[in-house]
Write a protein that binds this ligand. Structure first.
Ligand code: SF4
Ligand code: SF4
Ligand code: FES
Length: 276
């Protein structure tokens, strides 16, 4: 076979393969486009409400937030939903999808079996404003009570990479408040007046473990943040979209500090003797 004939054969095979791939893609897209999902979305406000059913066409790569937007665009323009980035980074689109606290923009539609109803409700722990939007302002009030970062006098503004990494994990928080929503101390026992919740224990851990911070927040943890109410169920860790090890890396070390300071008899005797 001449060089020209070989080149022609390769070009022909490549074109044939591309056409086949394009055909398969069109077929797959056509099949997916035919799929419909059933969404049951909570509609209501503080005075009450109910789940309303919507049929939504499913397309490849869709997330639950896309389905909510489709409903807004085609069937219910007054459906209230809070969102911003659609990239799992702003923490605005928190809701409960099939009973589990989740970011709607991170909940892929293909995760649900065909025909499986997808129930979308607002976060239960916070007062509802309307439909999927809740009032999360209590969280900002808690945040304001936390003693802020204060460098130690004369501290060197230079520290080890492993110290940076430890504090950095806590700085990944996007304030979605899904951990606050799932925590039974806030959700079922409604102890908002006594317990700051996992999100703010994460923030305090980030400050307490900062290598040059000089503030002592241990009494605050015990008395104002109510860390003793946490019984390490780890539900908060399971729902965190940033994969922060809330219980293991933040809450448990903070609990240890409180126990050492206020409940360890050996340390108490030592402090009484030395005054330190
Ligand atoms: S581990 Fe503690 S803070 Fe996290 S959900 Fe359980 S009780 Fe709440
Ligand atoms: S710790 Fe995780 S779940 Fe909690 S608010 Fe931050 S990002 Fe959300
Ligand atoms: S829209 Fe920003 S986290 Fe979902």
């Amino acid at each position: 076979m001449s060089a020209g004939a070989v080149a022609g054969a390769i070009a022909g095979a490549t074109a044939g393969a591309a056409a086949a791939a394009a055909g398969a893609r069109v077929k797959a897209e056509a099949t997916t486009a035919k799929r419909e999902a059933v969404l049951r979305v909570y509609r209501g406000d503080a005075s009450g409400g109910q789940e309303v059913e919507y049929q939504v066409p499913v397309e490849t790569g869709m997330v639950v937030l896309d389905a909510i937007h489709w409903i807004q665009a085609h069937q219910a323009p007054d459906l209230a939903v809070r969102w911003n980035c659609k990239a799992a980074k702003c923490g605005s689109c928190s809701a409960e999808v099939n009973g589990k606290p989740a970011l709607m923009c991170k909940s892929r539609m293909e995760r649900f079996a065909p025909g499986e109803p997808i129930v979308v409700r607002p976060m239960k722990t916070f007062p509802i404003i309307r439909d999927l939007v809740t009032d999360v302002s209590w969280n900002f009030e808690v945040n304001q009570r936390i003693p802020p970062f204060q460098p130690r006098a004369g501290a060197e503004w230079k520290w080890q990479q492993h110290d940076v990494d430890r504090a950095q994990e806590f700085r990944k928080c996007i304030e979605c408040f899904l951990c606050q929503d799932v925590c039974h101390v806030l959700r079922s026992h409604e102890l908002k007046h006594q317990f700051a919740g996992p999100r703010f224990l994460v923030r305090i851990a980030g400050l307490e473990m900062h290598p040059i911070d000089g503030v002592d927040r241990t009494p605050f943890l015990k008395d104002s943040a109510g860390i003793g109410f946490c019984n390490i169920t780890k539900c908060c860790t399971e729902v965190c979209p940033e994969d922060i090890h809330i219980t293991d890396n933040a809450i448990i070390p903070l609990k240890e500090r409180v126990v050492d300071r206020f409940y360890d008899p050996v340390q108490m005797v030592w402090r009484a003797i030395t005054g330190k």
